[in-house]
Design a protein around this ligand. Structure first.
Ligand SMILES: C[S@@+](CC[C@H](N)C(=O)[O-])C[C@H]1O[C@@H](n2cnc3c(N)ncnc32)[C@H](O)[C@@H]1O
Ligand code: SF4
Length: 161
């Protein structure tokens, strides 16, 4: 890069438009059927992971600058298992590094049970405009068998559980 240019400066020689996927591999419950990259949250170095992820984005963009990021998707694992302040740090870093002024769709995967008011406010303040909530089943008998998905009850509010 030239002196004075920043990573998300549109004048920088650019790879053009990208879609970014960021992975948060932490979950408060581990579902037996899940083969995604994830670990049980407790005791994990979450703050260090967030800093390493932001560093990785910075290094990647240093070698391959982009002028647009049409979509950004933060998936997991469970991104909403992060605390409100951790989400704030992650999303602030994303805005500093990626050209989010060009972003049309900004998604975060969420567990309904995690969506406290303070976390929702953080997502809103950082222009997240799409939540992706996994619904394993609307059949409450099956739901009970999928023990680790109990938080979904808050989503469908069945009367008999
Ligand atoms: C990986 S999870 C991430 C978001 C959040 N942790 C959740 O459980 O909704 C996203 C979706 O992947 C689904 N999933 C997990 N393991 C799967 C598998 N082996 N095959 C198909 N879908 C799976 C989950 O049911 C969930 O709806
Ligand atoms: S909460 Fe989501 S990512 Fe975590 S183990 Fe269950 S299905 Fe996988």
């Amino acid at each position: 890069m030239l002196e004075g240019q920043t990573i998300n400066d549109p004048s920088t020689k650019s790879a053009g438009n990208i879609s970014a996927y960021l992975h948060i591999p932490f979950c408060e419950h581990i579902c037996y059927y899940c083969d995604f990259n994830k670990v049980f949250l407790e005791g994990q170095p979450v703050d260090e992971y967030i800093e390493a992820l932001l560093k990785e984005i910075e290094l990647t963009l240093f070698h391959q600058p982009v002028s647009e990021a049409e979509t950004i998707y933060i998936g997991g694992g469970t991104p909403t298992s992060l605390s409100a302040s951790q989400l704030d740090r992650l999303l602030s870093g994303v805005h500093e590094l990626l050209p989010t002024h060009t972003t049309k769709e900004f998604t975060v995967e969420a567990n309904p049970g995690d969506l406290s008011e303070d976390k929702m406010l953080v997502l809103k303040n950082h222009q997240v405009n799409r939540l992706s909530m996994g619904v394993q089943t609307f059949d409450n008998r099956l739901l009970k068998k999928l023990v680790a998905s109990i938080l979904l009850k808050m989503f469908i509010q069945p009367s008999n559980c």
